[in-house]
Design a protein around this ligand. Sequence first.
Ligand SMILES: Cc1cc2nc3c(=O)[nH]c(=O)nc-3n(C[C@H](O)[C@H](O)[C@H](O)COP(=O)(O)O)c2cc1C
Length: 221
Amino acid sequence: MSQNLSSEELDVDHDAEFPNVIEALHTRRSGHNFDPEAELDEETLEELIRDAAIAPSSYNLQPWEFVSVQDEERLDEIVEIAYGQEHIRDAGTAILVVGHTNAKTADSVFDEWVEAGRLDEETAAETKAQTVGMYDDERMGRDYAIRNASLAAENLMLSAHARELTATPMIGFDQERITEFLDLPDDVIPVMLLAVGPSGGEEPERLPRRSVDEILHKESY
Ligand SMILES: Cc1cc2nc3c(=O)[nH]c(=O)nc-3n(C[C@H](O)[C@H](O)[C@H](O)COP(=O)(O)O)c2cc1C
């Protein structure tokens, strides 16, 4: 974690021209219509990852990583692993968002809490031990990976949308095969596969959403 970015480094001047968050939420789509000729450049790919990485996470542990695939033959293999979802090839970039099933960033992150004066050393040590212990449980470890990395995936999708790219989230893939194909270590699980690239035009109209009345429960379920 030696190359961490400070708040100032995370700010970039041109962010100001991007649409506001509410508009972005309402216009983001999971597209299937990508421009197969257009490519995602290296700088944009890195900006997407930078924006994903400012998502909130439990104790700021940032238990996520990203595996990008742009090589054509490897993309073909990803299409197969994703049960033939051809739009991944047209997108030109597949990004697998993966999550840690244990708190392996805890040492450096809890040091940062102490260095920033946000936790004293004793509290940091206690909290770290509790946190690390909690994710020894297999189910908790999976929950931890999925909850945190899903938020990073949503950040990435919104950043892509703001940059006039489409980013489609997918869980329609063979988890074991993608784990093997992308060489994921034992303590990391695939959370969300994203097909990312410039749009090839209009998407079908958005499907309706359940009403607020139906999904909002006040005081208890
Ligand atoms: C957890 C999850 C899994 C999804 N899996 C797939 C998938 O495998 N393939 C796909 O094309 N879209 C997939 N989607 C996209 C959904 O179909 C899409 O979000 C939904 O239809 C609403 O459309 P919208 O995102 O354009 O508003 C997935 C979305 C989520 C959140």
